[in-house]
Structures are given as structure tokens and as C-alpha cells.
Design a protein around this ligand. Structure first.
Ligand SMILES: [Zn+2]
Length: 603
């Protein structure tokens, strides 16, 4: 009988490999104390209602009261969340999460009046206030974010109706979720060892990495057979979703749904348009990569289901956690002593929960708040992927660290648009560092280049393809084109052909891909993966090849938190994301590494 290795229980994990949450609360009863404090503060908010127009002092009091409540609430919330994630089987911490989440809803309810009341204050009043009470200026950007939406806020009655109808508006996404996660049932397929496996979205991803083309083909055909049966339902759920975006954009006086979605995050539509234009100009690079893939795999016909199997063999180089920390630290040295000293804190002062234990939450993330360390959850395995995850999450944690230590609470976080830039810059620094080793083994070099190229393909090209499709269907609906299944299938297949080129056979099934992508329900979200990866490639290159000033600029981006708009914050790092240059630079790096990989594998 083969030995069954079972995961350790939480209590049996080496404490050095766990995060130290006593730095948040010494004991659980300290959580209760803060919990009650927040409750009490929330109860007092009703006294602040209707006071903002009284005086500058009243506005300051209301603002600081609400922000201090939020600050403590986040601390309470993070503690509950982390405690529960490390072992999800404990009732006490499940209850703590439920309590914290309930407290958070209470907080939202008790402060919902603030923005509408603030919007009643006109520019003149605000200027008068800033003169009377200079302390208010610290919150100017915080207020301006609300004021910037002024032209898009409708009368109280209409806003009220829209809020009441939000459940109805979300029905397309909800129906898609229920169908996709629960009701859809997939057939059994056979893997390369002859095992019968019931297909699912998760298993599909694994089977597409199989070295056996017939296994990949079977998974692909069987999966799309099921989506094909439901294509009309799925076009209806997607239509509902697109129509709600278009309707709301129209009601709120935006030019289109794209502008509405991006304005909420202070991003101009140029950023989006540049991405799509520049990626389109560089599609010949993707076509070249696809051709190379066909050549390496040695297949007569290359299909979309051949896009994920490894080009360099299945065995990943092995890295232990201890080795990975050393390599990551070396790669990050280019960011200077200060940065590395905080990485050392992260590595040596138990900010990371490293190994898997029974009932621990899967995956990896960086999480924390203004008054806690930026903790990292991992489920460690000794491979290249995990080395990259470590340095990626370290990027998030250092960003959080610098933001909260250089900004007041109201600007001590950062927007989603810039979040993945700090993490992916670190990944790119690692790639640079690994490739820079003059004694690098050829096989390892192939692995690293393949990892980078696949990452670029999956992030920059694929997410932009999604972004382009998302924009297209919103425009088509706005122009009165019914989004029927056949229209969506044809459009998607055409777009896919444009992206991947002639080297890949355009199977009819790929036209159905739109029907299974949850991201099409996220309201113009995915483009940020592509812009983030491209900006990170450019930044890593600037840091490695540039001067001290480039490093300082990079750190000032991390320190800026949300004290300015996301695109202005990026300008401090020396990247203007409203212009196409940063994308051009990223493609130049991609091309260089594609050349190198091509040379290595065709030798
Ligand atoms: Zn991330």
C-alpha cells in the first residue's frame, strides 16, 4: 500500500512557519474590546447626521469620527479573517468573521448619509471651510473623490430606486454564477493514465496541461459540448449584464459604459484604448510565439487546446522556502537597503504563514490593514511557481508597508489599478535576476523564459483580448445589435483568430469561450491585469538598468498610497499610463526574450 501523506493539523505546524497574529491582538478577548468600541462609535454616528453644513469644525468632527471608526473596524475585520483562514474548521473564528462582517454592514448603513450630505456643500462653502479650518485640507482629496462624481449623481428619488433595484440589476451575473458553479454538469473523461475523471472547470485546466494531445482535445470538446447546450441561456445572462451597464451609464450621463466604469476608479478611457491599440499592433509577436509553440510541440495541427501544455517538460526546478527567501532577497536588493530591510522583517518576524495545514484556506495572498503588519498566506510547495508567488506577495506587502508608513489613514491604501503593478514588478525583477546569472543552466534558462513568455501571453495578450471583446459587446448592444448566441460565437471566434493568427486551427468550439468567462460580468475589470503587467515590465527594467533616481521614483510610487489619482501616482514612478510608450517598452522586452527562447529551443 502506498503511504498516504496527510496534512498536519494546525497545532503541529512549526511556529516559525506561521504568522504571528499576537502582534494584532495578544489574545482573542482584545478583539472583543475593540469590537465593542466600534459598535459604540457606530451608535454615535446618528448624532452627526445633518451637521456637515453647520461649520468647518462640524465637517472635521464628522470626518475624523467616521475615519477613526473605519480604521478600528478594519483591524477587527483583518484579525477575524486571518484567524479563520489559518484553520477554517474552528467555530469560534467562523463566528468572529460573521460578527466582523455584520459590524461592517452596520458601519456602511450608519455612514450612508455622509456622501449625499457632503455633495450638498458647494465649492464656495468648501473653500471657506478650508480657510477657516486648515486641518480640513488633509482630507481635500478624500472629499474631491466624492465631488468628482457630482455630475453623475441623480436626484435622491432616482438614486434610491436604483439602490433598491440593485439585486434585480445583478440577476444576469447571479444566474450565470449559479449555472456555472452549481447546475452545469460535465461528463467523464479519460486522462493519460486511463483514469476516468469527471470534468469540471478546475480539472479542465489541469487536463489542458497534459502532455498528451488526445487528452487535451477530449477535455476541450467535452467541455464545450456542455456550454454549447446552454449557449442561449448564457447569451441571455450576458445580455442582461451588458444592458444594465449601458442603462446605468446612460441614466448617469456618461458617454458609454466603459467611461462609467473607469471614471469610478479615476481612470481615463485613453488608458483602455491605448492598451487595445498597442496590443493589436503587436499581435504579430503573439503569432510568432504560437508558431514556435507548434514547432516545439511537433504537432501537425495546433489547436487552442494546445496552448497550455509545457514547452520545456513537466518537471519544474525545485526551490525550498529557505532558498526562495534568499533568491527573492537578492533579486530585490536593487530596490535599496531600506526596501530590503523591510523584506527581512517580513521574512524573519513571522509575517508569513508558510505551509499547508488541514483546513487552511487555499492559494496565496497578502492582507493587512493600517494598524497591522502586511501578512502573507501561502501554501508552500518547493517549485518555481511558489518562488514567484513569494516575491509577488512580498511586492503587495511592501507596497502596503510603504503606503501606510508614509500616508495618513485616509490615503494609506492603494487602488486596484496600481495594486498588481507592485507585485508584478517584483516578479519581473526576479526574472531579470535569474536570467542574469552567468552560470545559468540551459534547462533552467528555458524554464524561466517559458514561464515569463507564458505569463505575458496569458496576462497581456489574453486579458486584452477579453477587454476588447467586453468593449465590443457593450458597443454593439448600445447600437441595437441583439447579443444572440450565434452573434457572440461568430464575433468571439473572429477575434480569437485575429489574436492567435493562422498557425492555430480555428475550431468552432472556441467561439463559445465567451460563455464561460466569469470576468465578462466584472464591469471592465480585466484590462488592469494587462496594463499592470506591462507597466511592471517597464518599471523592473527601469529599476535594473536605470539610476538611483529611478529607484527613488519607484519607491515614491509605493509611498504615495492613494494620495493622488492612480495615473498620477504612476507618473511619480516615471510611467505615464495615459500614453502608449510603457506598452511599447514592455513589448520590446517580450520580443527580446522571445528571440532568446527561440534561439535556445531551435538550436
Ligand atoms: Zn497579486
Amino acid at each position: 500500500m502506498p503511504e498516504v501523506t496527510e496534512l498536519p493539523l494546525r497545532k503541529d505546524v512549526d511556529p516559525d512557519l506561521t504568522w504571528d497574529l499576537t502582534t494584532i491582538y495578544q489574545k482573542d478577548s482584545d478583539f472583543d474590546v475593540d469590537f465593542k468600541k466600534v459598535q459604540k462609535q457606530i451608535a454615535n454616528y446618528s448624532q452627526l447626521v445633518g451637521t456637515l453644513a453647520n461649520s468647518a469644525q462640524s465637517l472635521l468632527t464628522a470626518t475624523t469620527e467616521i475615519l477613526s471608526g473605519a480604521r478600528l473596524l478594519y483591524k477587527v475585520y483583518v484579525y477575524a479573517q486571518l484567524k479563520n483562514d489559518q484553520d477554517t474548521s474552528i467555530d469560534k473564528y467562523q463566528a468572529m468573521v460573521a460578527q466582523a462582517s455584520d459590524l461592517s454592514s452596520q458601519f456602511s448603513g450608519a455612514t450612508a448619509w455622509f456622501d449625499p450630505e457632503l455633495l450638498q456643500l458647494d465649492k464656495q462653502t468648501m473653500n471657506k471651510y478650508y480657510n477657516e479650518e486648515p486641518k480640513l485640507r488633509e482630507y481635500q482629496r478624500f472629499y474631491d473623490q466624492t465631488f468628482s462624481l457630482r455630475d453623475h449623481i441623480l436626484s435622491d428619488d432616482v438614486e434610491h430606486v436604483l439602490a433598491l433595484a440593485s439585486d434585480v440589476f445583478d440577476s444576469g451575473e447571479k444566474t450565470f454564477g449559479v449555472l456555472n458553479n452549481t447546475d452545469l454538469s460535465f461528463p467523464v473523461v479519460t486522462d493519460e493514465e486511463g483514469n476516468q475523471i469527471k470534468l469540471s472547470e478546475g480539472i479542465y485546466g489541469v487536463l489542458l496541461e497534459s502532455a498528451d494531445q488526445s487528452v487535451r482535445e477530449q477535455a476541450f470538446k467535452k467541455l464545450y459540448e456542455v456550454y454549447g447546450q446552454f449557449q442561449h441561456t448564457l447569451s441571455a445572462t450576458l445580455t442582461t449584464n451588458v444592458k444594465q451597464h449601458n442603462l446605468k451609464a446612460n441614466l448617469k450621463h456618461y458617454d458609454n459604459a466603459l467611461q462609467a466604469a473607469l471614471t469610478a476608479n479615476e481612470i481615463s478611457t485613453d488608458v483602455y484604448q491605448n492598451l487595445i491599440d498597442v496590443v493589436n499592433e503587436h499581435l504579430p509577436l503573439l503569432h510568432r510565439y504560437v508558431k514556435l509553440r507548434k514547432q516545439i510541440l511537433g504537432v501537425d495541427d495546433l489547436h487552442m487546446y494546445d496552448m497550455y501544455t509545457s514547452l520545456v517538460g513537466e518537471k519544474s526546478p525545485r526551490y525550498t522556502f529557505a532558498e526562495s527567501k534568499k533568491i527573492a532577497r537578492n533579486a530585490l536588493e536593487v530596490l535599496g537597503d531600506d526596501y530590503v530591510s523591510h523584506v527581512d522583517e517580513e521574512f524573519n518576524q513571522r509575517w508569513i504563514d508558510v505551509v499547508e495545514n488541514r483546513y487552511k484556506r487555499t492559494g496565496g495572498y497578502s492582507s493587512g490593514t493600517y494598524d497591522t503588519n502586511p501578512f502573507i498566506l501561502l501554501n508552500w510547495k518547493d517549485n518555481l511557481d511558489n518562488l514567484y508567488t513569494l516575491i509577488h506577495e512580498t511586492g503587495h506587502s511592501m507596497h502596503s508597508y510603504y503606503a501606510k508608513n508614509n500616508q495618513p489613514f485616509q490615503y494609506g491604501d492603494y487602488s486596484i489599478f496600481v495594486a498588481e503593478i507592485a507585485s508584478t514588478t517584483n516578479e519581473n525583477l526576479l526574472t531579470n535576476q535569474l536570467l542574469d546569472n552567468p552560470d545559468l543552466d540551459i534547462d533552467l534558462k528555458k524554464h524561466i523564459l517559458n514561464y515569463y513568455l507564458d505569463g505575458f501571453k496569458g496576462t497581456v495578450f489574453r486579458q486584452t483580448q477579453f477587454a476588447e471583446f467586453e468593449q465590443f459587446i457593450h458597443e454593439q448592444d448600445a447600437a441595437g445589435q441583439p447579443l444572440t448566441a450565434s452573434f457572440l460565437n461568430d464575433s468571439y471566434r473572429k477575434l480569437n483568430k485575429k489574436y492567435y493568427g493562422d498557425a492555430v486551427v480555428s475550431d468552432a468550439e472556441i467561439g463559445l469561450e465567451w460563455s464561460r468567462i466569469p470576468h465578462f460580468y466584472y464591469n471592465f475589470y480585466v484590462y488592469q491585469y494587462a496594463t499592470g503587467f506591462a507597466a511592471a515590465s517597464t518599471l523592473a527594467n527601469k529599476v535594473v538598468t536605470g539610476s538611483q533616481q529611478d529607484v527613488d521614483d519607484y519607491l515614491s510610487f509605493l509611498k504615495a498610497g492613494s494620495s493622488d489619482t492612480p495615473t498620477n501616482v504612476m507618473k511619480r514612478a516615471g510611467v505615464d499610463m495615459t500614453k502608449p510608450d510603457y506598452l511599447e517598452k514592455a513589448f520590446a522586452i517580450f520580443e527580446e526574450r522571445l528571440n532568446e527562447f527561440e534561439k535556445l529551443v531551435t538550436k
